[in-house]
Design a protein around this ligand. Structure first.
Ligand code: GEK
Length: 243
């Protein structure tokens, strides 16, 4: 069981920008579960999607793997022979903890865990690539290059699963979704202070884009079919298929 996330429970004079450091690693499963509507379902369905799309003799990538939740979901559902999973995260603290998570798992598919920036990792011979709430932390102007590299590194018939916090062009709808997300967090035990301080910490670190922006860019880099397969409030997951 992961410890409860109390990082923003007490008033902080100045709220620093959010970082995936040791204190976050300690509470990460609790934090993401109580903060991202649909997280458990999305992780489980990444296994279901990988079961369908992983090709024999190919690689599956989990980019921004944190504690390898999506990696393990894929590892236990992929029936294709001779697959390998590459899990990448640039937080040393996350990677160290993920190593112990993987060591305790009995799955048979080999997993390569790499501490690196996803911007510096080659994508090659891929059939499934997962960006589960990771692209949102990359500067907006650098996102296209990563998506281009992913599309180029996928085999025909391969897929990218892209989960993101999203924004809405309509101001009233945007406000409603943010409000409902905060209600979700309060229902999960976060106080007003925790919600407000986390919001300040994440403001310049996590930059959401609209679903249209995601769709257009995914099409522009070469994906033939792009659409949403899951959404709850301002959290969505898209599947992009390479023909
Ligand atoms: C899950 N996918 O549980 N390169 C590599 N890793 C990065 C980078 C980067 N440039 N930027 C951020 N990260 C996971 C959840 S969490 C989402 C993903 C969240 C890593 C960062 O260190 C963190 O572990 C992860 O991306 C984002 O299915 O906390 O909202």
């Amino acid at each position: 069981m992961s410890k409860q996330d109390n990082i923003y429970a007490n008033p902080l004079g100045e709220v620093a920008g959010f970082k995936f450091d040791q204190s976050v690693v300690e509470v990460f499963p609790d934090m993401i579960q109580r903060s991202v509507p649909g997280y458990t379902t999305i992780v489980a369905m990444i296994g279901t999607l990988a079961e369908r799309y992983a090709q024999a003799g190919s690689r599956c990538y989990d980019l921004g793997s944190s504690l390898c939740a999506a990696t393990l979901s894929m590892r236990h559902r992929i029936p294709a022979a001779d697959c390998e999973i590459i899990a990448v995260d640039n937080s040393q603290a996350m990677v160290e903890r993920a190593r112990t998570v993987l060591a305790a798992d009995s799955g048979q598919i080999p997993v390569q865990l790499v501490c690196a920036d996803i911007q510096n990792v080659a994508i090659d011979n891929a059939s499934v690539v997962v960006l589960n709430f990771t692209l949102q932390f990359i500067p907006v102007q650098e996102r296209r290059e990563i998506l281009q590299k992913i599309c180029d590194g996928l085999r025909p018939g391969g897929v990218l699963i892209l989960s993101e916090k999203v924004a809405f062009a309509d101001a009233a709808h945007q406000e409603l979704m943010i409000d409902l997300h905060h209600s979700f967090k309060r229902a999960n035990g976060y106080s007003e202070l925790e919600v407000a301080q986390k919001r300040a910490a994440i403001e310049n670190v996590l930059i959401p884009e609209t679903l249209d922006q995601h769709r257009e860019r995914l099409k522009a880099v070469g994906f033939s079919s792009v659409d949403v397969w899951f959404q709850c409030f301002n959290f969505a997951s898209l599947i992009a298929i390479k023909a």
